[in-house]
Design a protein around this ligand. Structure first.
Ligand SMILES: [Zn+2]
Length: 474
């Protein structure tokens, strides 16, 4: 990975921010939790429609998602079950489709929402008072919702929204974040609490640049965030050494998502496709989410962009002791081979799994101290020793993905100071992790090709078209 080398090239001021981005990036790029993003590539393609702003999920008409249809639903349900005795009639709540809460539109046409800002010292009682509601409205609600805590902690600057009809509370909403709020609805004297999640709208955007002095400056000029620049460098970092190989005139182009909520940009989404031309050689990549919901980046031919192993399982660390079969042991003074590489890093520095695999040891292991050993397929295994802490929940049998956090640098076992001792074995034989030939990660399986190919064609065509449009407009 060339993230470290890249950050050396960045202006000093940016080092910290870029470093943070890189750490987060390692996780974001390589971790498995991409289900949310799973639909995005497909969805975003639809965004290419002339309007360019189709919502990500089919929007329910706003009344349907705000509970207004509940009486109707209850009515129709009742009409279907006239013969049921009273006590077996299922309450309307039970039949409110869960999907109705997925995309809630907070401002339906008819309802009047009263917004009260939370100030220091406020609590539900004072806020209800400000809304003109008394304890006789507050306590029945608190008593009947299962977990009043789910309403969330109220912080100054946040808002509580009320719908009040004829002096009675109908709805109460607490916005925990732009994407998540808690909604209490009162119907027929009953209260229902639900978490309402909103999906940001993803819009695909094209950006490109040519390097004059550094990727970082060119990226900034092209309007990329530091995070996106690091992400781009990481994507191509397997093929291009961003510390040594970059030349003036190298260029990049990418299509990625920007996320909007109520017309306001709230952040960046994933890179969908990108290309990097280094010294005349062009590299291209496409993000693809397979049928298991797992996302990764592939070449247009469907090969993985990655190697099967990270060269270095810790960021921002320096090699403090190399692989050396004839080393003198620092503590015992005897000739003892050093069968791995030591990376000096601060206690608590995250350690990542070098590759996809299965944990075969997680716990203390003699002089190694707290140690994780991971088996990668038949031939390979990696070992991470002297950890201060193994990631909670990680145990023998756990599956891990490349780049996933497995523990933290420490100095447990026979160790003179905080460092990671890292071993790489091929068919049981210790190899030098710094020089061993790393195999390519697995290509896209055959059964995924039918879905991948049209997506790749489309995205690559868009990269081309956008580049030409830009040329024409210059
Ligand atoms: Zn060591």
């Amino acid at each position: 990975m060339n993230v470290i080398e890249l950050s050396k090239r960045l202006p000093r001021v940016h080092l910290i921010a870029a470093g943070t981005g890189a750490l987060a990036l390692g996780v974001a790029l390589l971790m498995p939790s991409q289900e949310v993003a799973a639909n995005k590539s497909q969805v975003t393609l639809e965004l290419k429609a002339p309007e360019g702003s189709a919502p990500q999920l089919p929007l329910q008409p706003s009344p349907a998602s705000t509970g207004e249809t509940v009486p109707a639903a209850a009515g129709s349900f009742a009409s279907l079950t006239p013969a049921l005795p009273e006590d077996s009639v299922v309450t309307p709540e039970a039949h409110t489709p869960v999907t109705a809460t997925v995309e809630a539109t907070p401002e339906p046409a008819k309802e009047e929402w009263l917004r009260i800002e939370v100030r220091a010292g406020d609590n539900l009682t004072t806020l209800f008072k400000k809304a003109g509601l008394g304890a006789n409205e507050l306590y029945p609600m608190l008593n009947s919702i299962e977990s009043p805590k789910a309403l969330g902690r109220l912080k100054p600057g946040e808002f509580l929204d009320f719908v009040i009809e004829e002096g009675e509370l109908r709805k109460l909403r607490h916005e925990k974040s732009p994407l998540v709020s808690t909604l209490v609805t009162k119907e027929d004297g009953k209260y229902r609490l639900e978490e309402v999640e909103r999906q940001p709208e993803a819009r695909a955007i094209y950006r490109s640049g040519t390097i004059e002095s550094s990727l970082f400056l060119a990226g900034e000029e092209a309007g990329l965030s530091q995070g996106k620049i690091m992400e781009l460098a990481t994507l191509f970092g397997w093929d291009v050494d961003f510390a040594l190989d970059i030349r003036k005139g190298d260029s990049f182009a990418l299509i990625y998502e920007e996320l909007f909520l109520d017309g306001k940009k709230i952040g960046d989404g994933e890179i969908l496709a990108a290309e990097f031309t280094n010294q005349g050689k062009r590299f291209r990549t496409i993000r693809y989410t397979d049928s298991n919901g797992r996302s990764d980046y592939y070449t247009p031919e469907g090969d993985s962009m990655r190697k099967a192993f990270l060269r270095t399982p810790v960021d921002f660390a320096r090699v403090s002791s190399r692989f050396n079969p004839n080393r003198l042991h620092p503590i015992h003074g005897t000739r003892r081979p050093h069968r791995g590489v030591d990376y000096a890093a601060a206690t608590g520095t995250p350690i990542k799994s070098a590759g996809d695999g299965k944990v075969i040891h997680a716990g203390r292991k003699g002089g190694y101290g707290k140690t994780v050993v991971i088996q990668h397929g038949q031939a390979y295994s990696t070992l991470y020793a002297h950890m201060s802490r193994i990631k909670p929940g990680l145990r023998r049998g756990s599956r891990v993905r490349q780049g996933q956090l497995i523990g933290y640098v420490g100095s447990t076992g026979n160790s003179t100071g905080p460092h990671l001792h890292y071993e790489f074995r091929v068919n049981g034989v210790h190899r030098n992790p710094l020089t061993v030939d790393l195999p390519k990660a697995a290509p896209l399986p055959k059964k995924e090709r039918a879905n991948f190919e049209p997506l790749a064609r489309d995205l690559l065509a868009q990269l081309e078209t956008q580049a030409q449009t830009q040329l024409a407009s210059q």
